[in-house]
Design a protein around this ligand. Sequence first.
Ligand code: SF4
Length: 82
Amino acid sequence: MSEKRTCRLCELEKEAGADAADLLHYRNMIAPEDRATEAVYNGRLLLCEKCPYLVDVTCQACGCYVQIRAFAKKAACPKKKW
Ligand code: SF4
């Protein structure tokens, strides 16, 4: 039985609605060599989705868009969850 993989960014972008284009724009400004791998990125977003600090697509601990923070290889969670 195969499990359908979903893109965490796509799911969160749907929730963000009009902010989705801005999120993609800023995310794509991160140089390819400075981006997290897809597995790391998705794992980070899974943790964010379960976090009480996440409101819509914004981390209330630092004020950032989690899709952008999680996409940067050297970024870290302000609450040390990833
Ligand atoms: S505190 Fe960490 S895990 Fe929670 S939303 Fe912010 S970045 Fe994500």
